[in-house]
Design a protein around this ligand. Sequence first.
Ligand code: DP6
Length: 332
Amino acid sequence: MKLTKQDVVARFLPATLAEGAQAEAFAPSNIALCKYWGKRDKELNLPINSSLSVSLAHLGSRTRITPSDDGADHVLLNGEEQPLDSKFAGKVIAFVELFRRELDQPLTIDTHNNIPTAAGLASSASGFAALMLALDKFYDLALEPQLLSAFARMGSGSASRSIYQGFVEWQMGHREDGMDSYAMPLEQSWPELRVGLLKVATGEKKVDSRAGMQRTVETAHLYQSWPLQAAADLEKLTDAIVRRDFELLGSTAEQNALSMHATMIASWPPLLYWQPDSVAAMHQVWQLRADGLPLYFTMDAGPNLKLLFSAEHQQAVCDAFEQLEVVAPFSG
Ligand code: DP6
């Protein structure tokens, strides 16, 4: 019988928890340099490949949990109450239930994302990580980072990496219960590294990552080669980080993102997340690079680009791309 999230989490918690008073936690958003794409277990969000990301410092989600006094759960997003039957509230409450279980304490879960909406970044990674960290405090669990990461992964795979700042590697793991599938921070930092968030198109209603990766795994023969690509890229990226080799970091991240997109395009029905403006921005990056600017990009399951460059080239990059939101992941 397949393990459920409930089975797995319950093994690490006391039979019942004490009611909490209030708690608040922040978790950063993250950008994968080696992408997570494809699951071996959909229930537990266990990935087919290991991945590596960089967290976005102060950009992310802040979640506050308080007991509610009117006997009902409340879910708020950026100050607005979300109907309990909405997709967002449903996911939040389902995750809270993994911990609350038979404890009959209604809660208010208030999440604020400070990711600029203009950057078009997904917030499920920072959202589930912040929720996990807030639950850990609220119920006084004091869980080890590996457990926090593995549990956040059950909310959304990429949330496993948002438990930490800096460079983070999520080991795919092999166990059936997934408890060896968690992220760990790398000790290296890279103070000059910059990530530029470039919103190139207002995306139409898209297929989310969850549905997109499932479609890719099920329909794209090209996906067979993805785990090999990811494993090779992970090694190159680790090497690039240790040696602070920017060209190796940027080129590997860009090729990794384009390889992932190749598997998406080879799915059926096809998944092409790019808009004409995305392709125009790619060509602009390639032209600037040909002209001598060390600039690379990565992309997730959407039309926007994330630019990778070094602090010394920030002015030139910002001159080329107006309204670029620049993040210094290791700013201190
Ligand atoms: C393309 O973590 O959002 O951004 O586990 O189904 O919630 P679920 O998927 P999610 O997928 C992220 C995919 C990606 C690459 C990455 O962040 O590694």
